[in-house]
Design a protein around this ligand. Structure first.
Ligand code: GAP
Length: 460
């Protein structure tokens, strides 16, 4: 029964991957060269979806809040930062190889898959478990190397710098090193947060599950600075709820979200609490967001490494302290995958299956599609172009005159366009109205062209 469920889920994932390629959301990259490293490109609709999710996140977490500011730091940072944060030394994953078929695995993942046990960090334990008779899922042999650590840091060089530099493995580092500049240049008062969206790079042993685990990805991270003496528990809960609310806003269903509380014994020495918000992807519940109380570990580490004081004078409390930090973080690519999995619907309409992507309006790649009823009637085409020109400065629109109207509706349903507008003969000959068709209800209404802008501003 468990096996059946798994293959059903794989089928769902395969369907989604094929759909994303066919409809211009996500393509395997460098396909004409045979692909590269399980990496992906966002196609035209995927790029729109990605931008919309970024904009929505920035609106939720920066624009609408008085206690948040944004920043945008570089990918290549002074490597001393990564020494101080512990990444150079300790940002490792364990890998193991099957000696027979040479397949490489992340050791903790393969042990968990085969035994259900979470042995992350325990190299000896994982080696013993694997060499104790566990079979390679690829070839069935039980002939394993020892589990060993591999750095997840991507190294590169810079002409003007001696020694290796790194592609940042997380965006958070850039926030900590600019924390003092933000305090000195802005009128921020603790508690406040700094948000950043940007690329991060991890030399993952195995990139897998489509865009869920990739080597070059985007993070949306916040460092929220608080008074070390404040009762942080309620604030922590509030951030958990905000993350959940954001997942719902991009279309996730409540029942597909769950919290994973990191056991106290496994927390880093500086963390008071860490909770992952997991989403029920077709391959099972997996981490979408993370939320960690990191204490003053990062600011102290950078202060010690540089000799620069990173404390803060709290005028209300009339004292100096190094703030503690609560860190809400999420991978943008995982949010995109969540939005796609949550939106994907197959419905039977008049004996035909329609795929409809039920994206929330705010993240739909195309908001309105505009059609002339017939492409060989210039007067219809000219009028439809006028409507398109009127709406495109405010909304991402698409003009489509290809095929019959039914087919055009299906095409727009498949990419999740909330509304289609059709210019027909009544528009020209009667009352200057157009048909507006709703993606979800499939209902159609007649609206005057002069009322369209108001209609859509209410809808969006
Ligand atoms: N600064 C804390 C930090 O980086 P993390 O849990 O390692 O924490 C944060 O990463 C988020 O980044 C994760 O919750 C996940 O959504 C995303 N993420 C991590 N590794 C990823 C990968 N290889 N591919 C895609 N997203 C990833």
């Amino acid at each position: 029964m468990k096996k059946e469920k798994k293959s059903e889920n794989n089928e769902q994932m395969e369907k989604i991957v094929a759909f994303c390629k066919r409809k211009g959301f996500v393509f395997p990259t460098c396909e004409i060269y045979g692909g590269f490293a399980n990496a992906y490109s966002y196609g035209p609709y995927g790029a729109e979806l990605k931008n919309n999710i970024k904009k929505l996140w920035w609106k939720h977490f920066v624009q609408e809040r008085e206690d948040m500011v944004g920043m945008d730091g570089p990918i290549l940072l002074n490597p001393r930062l990564w020494e101080a944060s512990g990444h150079t030394e300790g940002f490792n994953d364990a890998m193991v190889d099957c000696k027979k078929c040479k397949k490489r695995y992340r050791a903790d993942h393969i042990v968990k898959e085969l035994t259900g046990e979470d042995m992350e960090g325990d190299l000896a334990g994982m080696t013993a478990a694997l060499q104790g008779g566990l079979k390679c899922p690829e070839c069935g042999a039980s002939d394993w190397t020892e589990a060993r650590n591999m750095s997840q840091m991507f190294k590169t060089e810079m002409n003007s710098f001696d020694g290796p530099v790194y592609l940042r493995p997380e965006t958070a580092g850039a926030i900590f090193v600019d924390y003092k500049n933000v305090i000195d240049s802005m009128r921020v008062k603790v508690p406040f947060g700094i948000a950043q969206i940007g690329k991060a790079f991890r030399n993952e042993i195995v990139a897998r599950n489509f865009i869920f685990r990739i080597r070059e990805f985007e993070q949306m991270e916040i460092e929220y600075f608080i008074n070390p003496e404040m009762a942080w528990e309620d604030l922590f809960e509030e951030w958990l709820q905000r993350q959940e609310a954001f997942a719902l806003a991009i279309g996730a269903k409540k029942e597909d979200l769950r919290r994973y509380e990191h056991p106290k014994a496994k927390l880093s020495h500086y963390s008071r609490r860490t909770v992952d918000l997991e989403y029920n992807f077709p391959f099972g519940f997996n981490e979408l967001f993370g939320l960690a109380h990191r204490g003053d570990f990062d600011l102290n580490a950078h202060s010690q490494a540089t000799g620069v004081k990173l404390d803060y004078f709290d005028a209300t409390a009339n004292r100096r302290y190094v703030p503690h930090v609560i860190e809400p973080t999420v991978g943008l690519d995982r949010l995109i995958l969540t939005a796609i999995c949550a939106a994907y619907n197959e419905e039977v309409v008049e004996d035909e299956t329609r795929v409809v992507m039920k994206f929330p309006y705010a993240i739909a790649p195309i908001k309105i599609a505009i059609f002339p009823l017939l492409k060989n009637k210039p007067e219809l085409v000219v009028k439809a172009k006028e409507v398109y020109d009127m709406l495109k400065s405010e909304y991402m629109c698409e003009f489509d005159d290809n095929g019959n109207i039914g087919k055009r509706y299906r095409r727009q349903d498949e990419i999740g366009t909330p509304f289609c507008v059709t210019v027909d003969f009544d528009t020209l000959e009667k009352d200057d109205t157009v048909t507006v068709r709703d993606r979800d209800t499939m209902e159609q209404s007649r609206i005057k062209i002069s009322d369209l802008k108001n209609f859509f501003s209410e809808k969006f």
